[in-house]
Design a protein around this ligand. Structure first.
Ligand code: EPU
Length: 429
């Protein structure tokens, strides 16, 4: 298991390139199952999660190959319809193959993901929505076993209102409805930019979709979809992580290839903390080298669905608050157990009290390096931000979590002046 060694208190300076969004790439890759023609996805990030989904698509019979910065997926020869527990337990987003397999082949067998480090994360809304579209679904032996039970063999459009806003739930239902008979209305739909990116690819494939980016998405099903070429949107969470790192180290960083329109909630909070932010069409610059108090100001946040403050930025923003001037309240409303990083931040000298879904962070002038453990993807990113700001050396263990969702993070940070190094551990060591 690799570790990251970080010597903190080097201000980050320079320009860094954002990668394509993990949480767009995964549903877009699953969408390639909806057609027998190739789908080419440019700007696909090099990540463990992308490799895991590639493996799953290959196990179904698809061809997946890297062509430069693009991933080419050809699902013409798919003849298996099962996502095994071994794959789904390593990556919950594997459940995204359920809707497409069911819509194109009339059957799917997908393992239930089980709990995860950040909460229970059930998939009942995916199942309920697909049942409304005419699927027969039973859960047996830990698997969701789904079949299309309509006389025509196609799913049929329906009005679905999800009980809560769910990102991958909305995506699964959009993909299923794209090949259904008739019209589907998804109410209470997720409005995330990644959902909009999926609609954009589906439309290029010939789907009829309206309303993406709002909480009502209308889809008129078509019998067949075609291949398409698409460029994946920038990873707003990776972008946000670099901006938090720049603020925590009092640096001056420009992130290229970003979409500022996706970052409103975060940019407002970073400004409130004292950062100077400027933006262009595809870049964001954060300057924190001349903070009035020499430290960021403490800023409270409450995570909510897009366009609110993203739960995926909570740990990184908490890390900034750890060294801020004043006290902040961080409230997590999306996942029930997403404060696993708190005890690790405390090991770095942070002062944080947890009360249910809220943490009170009292900023300290300086964190001090220590050995810490990553517990999930964004928790790891929070620890990296804190370690970059801390005095002395931090060793972060279990960074495979980070590799799931960040493309060459230590290489990018080193280019910005961070003292960061991956320590490879040989198997069995
Ligand atoms: N929920 C249910 N039932 C469902 C679906 C969701 O109870 O059927 C609950 C969840 O347990 C959670 C809430 O609804 O409490 C929202 O979950 P959502 O379904 O929106 O999460 P997700 O689709 O599983 C995606 C991202 C996550 C991100 C969340 C929230 C992907 C592949 N994953 O997960 O990303 O945190 O939306 O924005 O898009 C990450 O990248 O680190 C990550 C965890």
């Amino acid at each position: 298991m690799d570790k990251l060694k970080i010597i903190g208190q080097r201000a980050l300076h320079g320009t860094v390139q954002a990668s394509g969004a993990k949480n767009a790439a995964l549903p877009l890759m699953a969408a390639a199952l909806l057609t027998a023609e190739p789908v080419l996805l440019h700007n696909t990030p090099q990540l463990m999660d992308v490799r895991t989904l590639s493996k799953l698509l290959r196990s179904l019979g698809a061809q997946v190959e890297q062509q430069g910065d693009a991933l080419r997926i050809d699902a013409a020869a798919v003849d298996h319809y099962e996502a095994s527990y071994d794959l789904v337990k390593t990556m919950r987003a594997s459940v995204l193959v359920l809707g497409p397999l069911l819509a194109r082949f009339g059957q799917a067998r997908v393992s239930l993901p089980g709990g995860c480090a950040i909460g229970a994360r059930p998939v009942d809304q995916h199942i309920k929505g697909l049942q409304a579209l005419g699927a027969d679904i039973v859960v047996e032996h830990g698997y969701i076993v789904a079949r299309v039970a309509t006389p025509s063999g196609r799913l049929r459009g329906a009005h679905i209102t999800t009980d809560m806003v769910t990102v991958t739930g909305t995506e699964n239902l959009m993909m299923a409805a794209a090949l259904a008979e008739g019209e589907t209305l998804i109410d209470n739909a997720a409005r995330e930019p990644e959902v909009v990116d999926l609609a954009c690819l589906l439309r290029r494939m010939g789907a009829q979709i309206r309303g993406e980016g709002t909480s009502q998405i209308r889809i008129t099903g078509v019998p067949r979809l075609r291949g398409a070429t698409h460029r994946i949107i920038p990873d707003r969470i990776e972008v946000g992580t670099f901006l938090c790192a720049a603020l925590a180290t009092r640096g001056d960083v420009t992130v290229q290839g970003a979409d500022p329109a996706h970052q409103d909630a975060l940019l407002d909070k970073l400004r409130e903390a004292g950062a100077q932010i400027t933006t262009g069409d595809d870049w964001i610059r954060l300057r924190a080298d001349a903070l009035p108090a020499g430290r960021p100001r403490a800023v409270s946040v409450r995570t909510t669905e897009y366009p609110g403050f993203a739960t995926d930025m909570q740990a990184q923003f908490m890390a900034v608050n750890c060294i801020a001037d004043g006290a902040a309240r961080i409230t997590e409303t999306i996942f029930e157990n997403r404060f696993m990083h708190v005890q690790e931040l405390v090991r770095l000298g942070a002062q944080i009290d947890i009360d249910g879904h809220t943490c009170v962070v009292r900023g300290v002038p300086q964190l001090s390096g220590a050995n810490v453990m990553a517990t999930d993807l964004r928790a790891s990113a929070g620890l990296v931000v804190a370690a970059l700001a801390a005095e002395g050396q931090t060793l972060i263990d279990r960074i495979y979590h980070l590799d799931r969702g960040y493309d060459a993070m230590e290489v990018k940070l080193r280019a910005l002046g961070a003292d960061i190094e991956r320590i490879k551990t040989s198997p069995g060591a």
